[in-house]
Design a protein around this ligand. Structure first.
Ligand SMILES: [Zn+2]
Length: 264
């Protein structure tokens, strides 16, 4: 099976072919959001519109990736007609600056950047791209930008609960999967994962987050609980569920029944 998989590079890592052949943390999370939208985007039938929030995150990230110049060329919409950076992206520069002027950040963010690894988890191939890997001191870091660090409301079986932004965005899944795929590639069992997060606030807030062994277990358990369903949908064995609320569902919606206003 391995032999038929494409070899991943910086150029094809995010390609449709790579996403079809490999599971990734973002793909897994997308299926956990809206299955219909995740499948349509995997099949190239749907492309999420690049919101400003998303673009600000990419701008921030591409700086640390060393690809900001290319990002600017490919996204002329981030400039005004006068050729100046729009306010949101000047704010992204503030976020970058707030890390790069931080002594501790500069000591910690040292190592190999944007390295791609593949491995196997729950019977399928996975791909990961690690923001920063420091093998000498045995850790990896993922950079995040977020609106703020406030707890967020999520819906669970028609009930609401408040969770940290780490849980809201599935970051425990990410550190767990990354640690395991890195273990398979490097053979180090106790690599430590960190998240360095910066907020889009003015001025930005920032934090370095570390994790306990049980946090990795929580993340891996979340994968274990849902991977079978995700693969069934991905492989066309069951019909994807429509969330009914996301942009994809709205854009493909058909009026097929009448609701009483109270149930809508
Ligand atoms: Zn949906």
């Amino acid at each position: 099976m391995e032999a038929t998989l494409i070899k991943l590079t910086d150029e094809n890592y995010f390609s449709q072919e790579a996403n079809q052949q490999y599971m990734s943390v973002s793909q897994f999370k997308a299926f956990g959001g809206c299955e219909a939208a995740a499948l349509a985007s995997l099949n190239g039938e749907w492309k999420e519109e690049e919101s400003t929030a998303l673009l600000v995150g990419s701008y921030f990230h591409s700086h640390f990736e060393g690809t900001l110049d290319r990002f600017k060329q490919e996204h002329p919409q981030i400039f005004t007609t006068k050729g100046e950076l729009k306010a949101n992206y000047r704010q992204a520069n503030e976020m970058i600056n707030c890390l790069e002027t931080d002594e501790y950040f500069n000591q910690a963010y040292v190592g190999e950047r944007e390295k791609i690894f593949t491995g196997e988890l729950f019977g399928v191939p996975w791909k990961i791209k690690v923001d920063l890997l420091n093998l000498e001191d045995g850790y990896f870091i993922d950079l995040k930008s977020t609106r703020d660090f406030k707890e967020q409301k999520v819906e669970h079986d028609e009930e609401y609960e408040w969770v940290t932004f780490v849980e809201r965005w599935g970051y425990l899944i990410q550190i767990a999967v990354y640690k395991e795929i890195l273990r398979q590639n490097i053979g180090i069992n106790d690599l430590e994962g960190f998240i360095i997060a910066v907020t889009k606030q003015k001025p930005p807030d920032k934090v370095i987050l570390g994790f306990r062994p049980e946090d990795y277990e929580i993340g891996m358990n979340q994968v274990e609980r849902n991977i079978e369903r995700v693969l069934q949908v991905k492989n066309g064995l069951v019909k994807p569920t429509r969330c009914g609320k996301c942009a994809y569902c709205r854009s493909t919606k058909k009026l097929d029944r009448t609701f009483h206003y109270s149930e809508f």
